[in-house]
Write a protein that binds this ligand. Structure first.
Ligand code: ZN
Ligand code: ZN
Length: 388
């Protein structure tokens, strides 16, 4: 374990011994407690959390535990802090860190792989074979903040330097929390091959990852980009983010309507961000021969799908997990250049001490909430209030 003398601090950013943090008790029970401020070790930095976005996976962790694995098991009643889509300011440097300076604003990826397994060596650190083996407790471990290590519903968190990306001055805190979501969309397109300029891309499901998949696909030159969704408001945001067409999944035969837009042979690439039996089958049937399908949402139970159609048409099927292969850096490059306005998916902002209410907005989609952001820094509240 590190101690304070092995960490570089600055008097410009004083760091207290204790902090406030939300921890998970029983399922669906969050408590605001006082914890020790964690200390960074080698190749790590201490981040003062300024803003954190709520993700559907946070809601899953808080209610069911999965996919979090903390101290070898379910994350309940272990003083575990969830939250993984955060940004903040570096206030402490662990040993050997000269890649960042105290005071740098950074947004973070979730996963630091173990760096030792076969997949980490390939850049697939979100599929690290040592997931759930926390380092600190187990030396041959893996860090996934908010899943296998403490996360961002707190005042401070430790991050591996490979998980941090500098935030440009012009980008506000709330927008910076969205980089990892855009990075997940980018990872899907990366795994599909990435060379989508002039190719047709269909995105099914206008949640945050789907909407930003539209934006990233368009930025990569895909044409046309088609969004399929059931909610008109979400579809119209998709059009703002670069979709050439948005179709209502409840009206008519979705596969036929997509083919009217992309051509009778079907789409070159389809990204399913809804992940149910209907959408998986639609995705396969709207893909052209030799095309590629990416599953960016996890079906909750086994689904039946037309495997024969997939095989006989030489369709490739990809599953993605998280934001691997440094895709978050590429997403940040697009966002820094303002190729798309990710802030279109940010709908609500709450203070950190109102986290339970913020989670309710996200869970129940109150007021058609898409991305709900929680801030420690109250000046952000007025910024986003103006944008709503
Ligand atoms: Zn997430
Ligand atoms: Zn690994």
């Amino acid at each position: 374990m590190s101690n304070r003398s092995s960490v570089k601090f600055s008097k410009d950013y004083p760091v207290p011994e204790d902090m406030k943090a939300w921890v998970l008790g029983d399922p669906d029970e969050l408590k605001l407690v006082t914890k020790k401020v964690p200390l960074p070790g080698r190749a790590e930095a201490l981040v003062r959390i300024d803003a954190v976005a709520i993700c559907a996976t946070d809601l899953e962790v808080i209610s069911y535990g999965t996919p979090a694995i903390f101290e070898g098991g379910a994350p309940f009643n272990k003083n575990f802090t969830p939250g993984h889509e955060y940004m903040g300011t570096i206030v402490g440097l662990g040993q050997g860190v000269d890649e960042f300076e105290i005071g740098d604003r950074v947004t973070v990826e979730i996963h630091a792989g173990c760096g030792q397994c076969k997949r980490c060596r390939m850049g697939m650190y979100t599929s690290c074979h040592n997931y759930g083996l926390n380092y600190g407790d187990v030396n041959k471990g893996h860090r996934a903040n908010g899943f296998t290590t403490n996360g961002g519903f707190a005042e401070y968190a430790v991050n591996n330097i490979n998980t941090m990306i500098k935030v440009p001055n012009e980008m506000n805190d709330a927008e910076a929390t969205l980089v990892v979501t855009a990075g997940t969309s980018m990872y899907g397109l990366t795994e599909l091959g990435g060379l989508v300029a002039g190719e047709s891309v269909v995105v099914i499901g206008p949640g945050p990852i789907g909407l930003l998949a539209v934006a990233v696909a368009k930025s990569l030159g895909a044409s046309p980009v088609v969004l399929v969704g059931t909610r008109e408001n979400r579809n119209s945001i998709g059009l703002d983010l670069g979709a050439d067409f948005a179709i209502d999944a409840r009206k008519g035969d979705v596969v036929e309507r997509v083919k009217e837009l992309v051509g009778p042979k079907g789409a070159d690439y389809v990204i399913d961000c809804a992940g149910n039996e209907d959408t998986v089958n639609q995705a396969i049937h709207m893909t052209n021969r030799g095309g590629k399908v990416c599953l960016a949402a996890f079906p909750k139970k086994p689904v039946q799908f037309d495997l024969g159609y997939l095989a006989v048409n030489n369709i490739y099927l990809y599953g993605i997990r998280g934001e691997g292969r440094s895709a978050t850096h590429r997403a940040m490059a697009f966002m820094a250049e303002k190729r798309f306005d990710a802030a279109r998916v940010h709908t609500h902002t709450f203070r950190m001490n109102a986290l339970p209410e913020a989670l309710r907005y996200a869970r129940e989609r109150v007021d058609d909430a898409i991305k709900v952001v929680v801030v420690n820094n109250s000046s952000e509240l007025s910024v986003s209030a103006q944008t709503q």
